[in-house]
Design a protein around this ligand. Structure first.
Ligand code: NDP
Ligand code: OXD
Length: 314
């Protein structure tokens, strides 16, 4: 009565089964649709499961998301009413901070222009502002936002972060709420978005927000980096902002529709860097350790950590 059911699309369940079994060889680990007797399933581990994959698991004790974001799981009609646990793991956090630092540096160093120059065989050194004169603002100062903020601070950038609740973090200017958002945008040259997708954050990156970014910065215009969720951005507004100069450039890892449709103007936009939702991969080895750790502690009576607040949506 303590079996695990893996229910995922877009990832290979075999690797996850093998990793989980390696950590707990006696555990019965099944991959959907091979559910067997549904009453024997105590834990579901899921990423974009097929419709109905989590139905009828009458002895389920918890659902574990195989990713950090739980918007897709929360959108499931009839998601079992048991604790929903998300991923918080140093491996995933490190990967996301790599993405953020890479893209901040890339725009800070005007690499899009440098590549254009290279292709045109143009040797044209230009002034390079110091990191200490560039202001980064991070929307979402949670597990991922905070780690990226610390690493960017170490590199010398002026870093600020915005969250739902008030926070104090050494070396980082913190803001919260509507008024705080406006204030932070006004001092932001590079905007990094690491928010969860919730009813409160859907479409938050729109024309009004983008026009609120600083226009007096050292880079010659503000930059958007979104690795949170595509649904956070109004894509028509982002495109318009790129085209009318409200934005200097953008790095987008997430999109309203994924995979990004072939017809999307983002693919070929000269000011945009597109990556296919790889900001932070869910590594089966690291995350299996995290998940089995949660199961073992739960079975030892220690409870679950990183349980999602279903009302807040993250
Ligand atoms: P956390 O839950 O740790 O942090 C979320 C942050 O967003 C918190 O600081 C929270 O505020 C803030 N927040 C939430 N709602 C609001 C709001 N309405 N107004 C202001 N601030 C708000 O999440 P993680 O840092 O672990 O992950 C963030 C997101 O990154 C995930 O939800 C997922 O969508 C995305 N992600 C993307 C990946 C990729 O490959 N592109 C990989 C992994 C995650 P407070 O601190 O006050 O609660
Ligand atoms: C995500 C993840 O939430 O991959 O996107 O963890």
């Amino acid at each position: 009565l303590n079996a695990i059911l893996l229910a995922m699309t877009g990832m290979e369940p075999e690797t996850w089964v093998a990793r989980l079994k390696a950590l707990d060889p006696d555990r019965d680990v099944r991959a959907w649709p091979e559910v067997g007797n549904p009453q024997e399933i105590a834990y579901a581990m899921a990423w974009k499961p097929e419709p109905g994959a989590l139905d009828g698991l009458s002895n389920l004790k918890a659902v574990f998301s195989l990713g950090a974001g739980v918007d897709a799981l929360l959108a499931i009609d009839g998601l079992p009413d048991v604790p929903l646990v998300r991923v918080v793991d140093p491996d995933l956090t490190m990967r996301m901070s790599e993405y953020v630092v890479l893209n901040v540096l890339l725009h800070h160093r005007h690499m899009l222009r440098a590549l254009d120059d290279q292709r045109a065989r143009r040797w044209e050194p230009r002034d390079q502002p110091a990191a200490s004169s560039v202001r980064v603002g991070i929307l979402g100062l949670g597990e991922l936002g905070l780690d990226a903020a610390r690493k960017l601070t170490m590199m010398g950038f002026q870093v600020a972060g915005w969250s739902r609740s008030a926070k104090q973090r050494h070396g980082i200017a913190t803001y919260f709420g509507e008024v705080g958002l406006k204030q932070m945008l006004g001092r932001t040259d590079i905007l990094v978005v690491l928010l969860p997708l919730t009813p409160a954050t859907t479409g938050i990156i729109d024309t009004v927000l983008l026009r609120g970014l600083a226009r007096d910065g050292a880079l010659g215009g503000p930059v958007l980096i979104n690795a949170g969720r595509g649904g956070l951005q109004n894509e028509a507004d982002v495109l318009a902002a790129l085209d009318d100069g409200t934005l200097l450039a953008a790095s987008l890892d997430v999109f309203v529709t994924e995979p990004l449709p072939e017809s999307s103007p983002f693919w070929t936009h000269p000011k945009v860097i597109v990556t296919p939702h790889v900001g932070a991969d869910s590594d089966p080895e690291a995350l299996a350790r995290y998940l089995m750790g949660q199961v073992h502690r739960f079975e030892a009576g220690e409870g679950l950590t990183n349980v999602v607040d279903r009302t807040a949506g993250y």
